[in-house]
Design a protein around this ligand. Sequence first.
Ligand code: ZN
Length: 165
Amino acid sequence: MSQNVVEFHYTLRNKAGEVLDRSNPERPLAYLEGSGAIIEGLEESIGSLAKGDKSEVIVRPEKGYGFRDESQIDTVSRSQLPADEINVGDFFQAGADQHAPVVQVVEINGDEVTLDANHPLAGQDLFFDVEVVEKRPATPEEISHGHVHQADGCCGGGGGGCGCH
Ligand code: ZN
């Protein structure tokens, strides 16, 4: 199966119509089909659009960020956290690994801090306005790397080479 690189602009709203996120107007979001770079529900809908198409896409939690899982909420002591000052609403990376999950402080009670590792958009219906601005076949190099190469090369490395592989 051939894979495409798709570039699109989006505005994401919640059910109440509040804007949660949007693409940079100067730089659309680009993804390689099938690479898992964007949520499943969005990729399914955008996959059927052509360059220039605009569409409204509603993504349910099962094809978005999943449902909230109460077992992902945990209470730890303040000394276990990598910061001196902690406030409700702060985000932390739960571990030194750069791929460690991000947790949010939801409650502070004396020395006890309650952390929530659910994705902030878990359990929500997501309302996207999307516009496909580019759709082109992926290059063999992009397919073998599993990601999009921008005009400035792989991973922004420049010089036309790929620094990451
Ligand atoms: Zn690459």
